[in-house]
Design a protein around this ligand. Structure first.
Ligand code: SF4
Length: 228
């Protein structure tokens, strides 16, 4: 396996980040977006601190303790070494969850084709008109491609959006829900309220946007709120 260090840190245990499973989290350094509400600026700007050998040694040591491994970041799919690491983790018998901004549909397809992933959390940043404003990148079409790939697969996945009132209004969220409905998405859509307790990439002002997503009208899509 390539020896380049790409993992910034490890969270040894989480009961919250993989639905109904006990897991650890591998935090991949670097990201191809620059969301102003990002809670992980040190990871986005950071470099890998751990060798792949160190990471795999840790993962193997969790064999009888955990169900799964979450690949998060940063954006794990920007690293060409990702499939090899996922392969090694799967070989140990773990379930694999990928957290992604959806910008690398080719990587997603490869992982699915090789039966290397078991769950995906896909960020829906915004519709095309606001994607650049929020992420500093124009990658909406890649997100839409990733969504279509997941729709056509049997992999369980969720779609989620972080909501800050500087970027979103209720009518705008309605439009995002409509987009997902039109795309045929039938899973849970998580609206994550912006948290005021962390540093962010864009030093966003504190938000009291709870009113945007509290008591949200139910659509055909099941909507759940996080961080209220
Ligand atoms: S929130 Fe945005 S900048 Fe931060 S890791 Fe996710 S995609 Fe990258």
């Amino acid at each position: 396996m390539n020896s380049k260090n790409i993992i910034y840190d490890i969270t040894p245990f989480t009961a919250l980040d993989y639905p109904d499973k006990l897991a650890c989290i591998l935090w991949f350094a670097g990201c191809n977006m620059r969301c102003s509400y990002c809670y992980n600026p040190e990871i986005v700007h950071g470099k890998g601190n751990l060798t792949n050998k160190q990471v795999l040694k840790f993962v193997r040591s969790r064999n009888l303790l955990l169900d799964g491994v979450v690949f998060s970041g940063g954006e794990c799919t920007i690293h060409k070494e990702l499939p090899d690491i996922v392969y090694e983790v799967k070989k140990c018998g773990f379930l694999v969850k990928i957290d992604t901004n959806g910008s690398n549909p080719d990587c997603l397809q490869l992982l699915i084709d090789n039966q290397l992933i078991d769950y995906v959390a896909l960020d829906f940043k915004a519709l095309p008109d606001k994607t650049y404003k929020i992420t500093q990148r124009n990658l909406f079409s890649k997100f839409a491609e990733s969504l279509a790939i997941l729709q056509n697969s049997s992999i369980p996945f969720e779609v989620r959006t972080t909501v800050h009132s500087q970027f979103f209004s209720r009518p705008y969220i309605n439009k995002m829900v409509n987009f997902l409905e039109t795309a045929g998405y039938t899973g849970i859509y998580y609206l994550q309220n912006f948290r005021n307790d962390c540093n962010t990439l864009g030093n966003l002002i504190n938000d009291n946007g709870k009113y945007l997503i509290n008591n949200f009208i139910q659509y055909n899509i099941h909507i759940e709120i996080r961080n209220l």
